[in-house]
Design a protein. Structure first.
Length: 325
């Protein structure tokens, strides 16, 4: 039996995508896959136009006011710092329409940022997917099971939840006042993980490893998997998956790490590596102690080793950024 065409489902909405970056083009394509016709898209850069042509073929590329005019559901996928001015500017020119659904995908903001549009009678929704985007069709499969933070006034919350479910995501209701902490947590976990990988790879390369990524891959994947599994159980959470010298209470090893990384930083100028190691080792020690993984005596010995000569290499000891000028 042939499955029904998604476009024949009731309640289909004409979607306009404002900003065809990595997120906008993918979400627009996902909504079209759920049967919502994409009626227009805005795209300024050549990369955005190419992305729109690939993921939203046949959709006209128009200026932003015209995209909004044609749409029943407006998807705003612009940078965080541009969102408030965009919403206000469209309100100033009378672009918003009563009953129009307006969705933004910023993790930082809830629906308060849509206040100028709400004053014109729109239905405000904040839907943030907790994943990174490549801006390619690969992202469409990754949306399945992806958590979306959904913030909206109570009467229209089901609309936001339904849109997320339609594209395969899992809606997680989030209060307006919690958006800042929520977004900081995601940025801390994902963005700083990238920084940590970059630091570890640089140190491995300096140690003579020709392919740091290949060496780090299995180790980091196993560590991340173990931490996420532990976080999903009762008890202290991810810290129970901790391995290595802090977990074993090997203060001498931690102290030697500090020496090796300080030498590396002095030679390369990568002072952030040793500073990052010390900060995370202190945090690991505190959390391991709180979880009962190490004794107070072991924790104190670890901290003594971590803090030993911590001030020997400060940021200002690195290369002068103006020397090359």
């Amino acid at each position: 039996m042939t499955p029904p065409d998604p476009a024949t489902r009731p309640g289909r909405l004409g979607v306009g995508v404002v900003g065809s970056g990595r997120v906008g083009a993918v979400l627009g394509s996902a909504l079209r896959g759920a049967g919502h016709p994409v009626v227009a898209v805005s795209a300024i850069s050549e990369a955005s136009r190419e992305r729109a042509a690939t993921l939203l073929p046949g959709v006209p590329v128009l200026d932003i006011p015209e995209v909004v005019r044609r749409s029943e559901l407006v998807l705003l996928t612009v940078p965080d710092d541009a969102l408030a001015d965009l919403v206000r500017g469209l309100a100033d020119v009378g672009a918003w329409q009563v009953g129009q659904i307006v969705v933004h995908t910023s993790g930082r903001f809830g629906v308060d940022v849509l206040a100028p549009a709400r004053a014109a009678g729109v239905i405000p929704l904040a839907l943030h997917p907790a994943m990174t985007f490549t801006g390619t069709s690969l992202d469409l499969a990754r949306l399945v099971g992806c958590s979306f933070a959904v913030t909206a006034p109570s009467p229209v919350l089901p609309i936001g939840q339904a849109l997320v479910v339609e594209i395969g995501g899992e809606p997680v209701v989030l209060a307006e006042e919690a958006r800042g902490l929520y977004h900081a947590a995601l940025a801390h976990g994902a963005n700083h993980l990238v920084v940590l990988v970059a630091q570890a790879a640089q140190a491995l390369a300096a140690a003579g490893v020709s392919d740091p990524g290949r060496m780090l891959g299995p180790l980091l994947e196993a560590a991340l998997d173990g931490a996420l599994r532990a976080e999903g159980t009762d008890g202290p959470g991810a810290i129970t998956a901790l391995t290595g010298p802090v977990r074993r209470g090997d203060a001498g090893t931690v102290r030697e790490h500090g020496v090796a990384l300080t030498t590396f930083a002095a030679a390369t100028g990568a002072v952030d590596v040793v500073a990052g190691y010390r900060a995370l080792a202190r945090s690991a020690t505190g959390r391991a102690l709180a979880a009962g993984l190490i004794s107070p005596a072991a924790a104190q010995e670890l901290l003594d080793g971590i803090n030993e000569d911590a001030g020997a290499l400060q940021v200002e000891d690195g290369p002068d950024p103006q020397e090359d000028e």
